[in-house]
Design a protein around this ligand. Structure first.
Ligand SMILES: [Zn+2]
Length: 173
């Protein structure tokens, strides 16, 4: 029997059932606000896992280099953004860099920022790499931070395998 054409078809049976929202025609709908917390975990993948493990285990910042165009990325990429080639070559960076741009955060938002204000986020052009790394500038008052400032990393003693294993970058004395 063709779908939906017989007396006993499921479509005809469903048409006799009231719609889910029909009760709202007869009763005032009362609505309470709710909130759902959704903790989750995600994998950072093979490339970033290797990068974070290097920081955690050896307090070293590595980058990866494209064999085709020679561009060096930190944080590392799984594919070159220019050539879309696999990135298999790793290079150890000295860790030093130059502040390219920065912002001073002055408001408290613990769900977004892992530090209490005031603190400085900066894009640091890492020596030996072609890209910038976003991280904190510390060990200096925010008003003393300047574009072009030379910085070096300060690593946490107890490292967990995440970006905060680098406590911050501080000015090179
Ligand atoms: Zn490339």
């Amino acid at each position: 029997m063709p779908f939906g054409t017989g007396e006993n078809s499921s479509i005809e049976k469903q048409s006799e059932v009231r719609e889910l929202g029909d009760w709202k025609d007869e009763v005032e709908e009362i609505v309470f606000p709710g909130k759902i917390s959704v903790p989750y975990s995600w994998t950072v993948g093979s490339t970033l896992s290797k990068w974070y493990a290097q920081i955690r285990d050896d307090a070293e910042i590595w980058a990866n280099k494209c064999a085709e165009c020679g561009m060096v990325f930190v944080p590392p990429k799984i594919k070159c953004i220019n050539c879309y080639r696999d990135m298999n070559e790793w290079v150890k960076l000295p860790g030093t860099g130059t502040v390219e741009t920065f912002t001073v955060v002055s408001y408290y938002e613990p769900k977004i920022h892992p530090r209490k204000p005031p603190f400085v986020y900066a894009v640091i052009k890492m020596d030996g790499a072609d890209t910038g790394l976003v991280h904190f500038i510390g060990g200096v008052k925010p008003e003393k931070v300047k574009v072009g400032m030379r910085v070096e990393p300060v690593f946490e003693k107890e490292r967990q395998g995440n970006i905060l294993d680098i406590r911050h970058f501080r000015p090179i004395a």
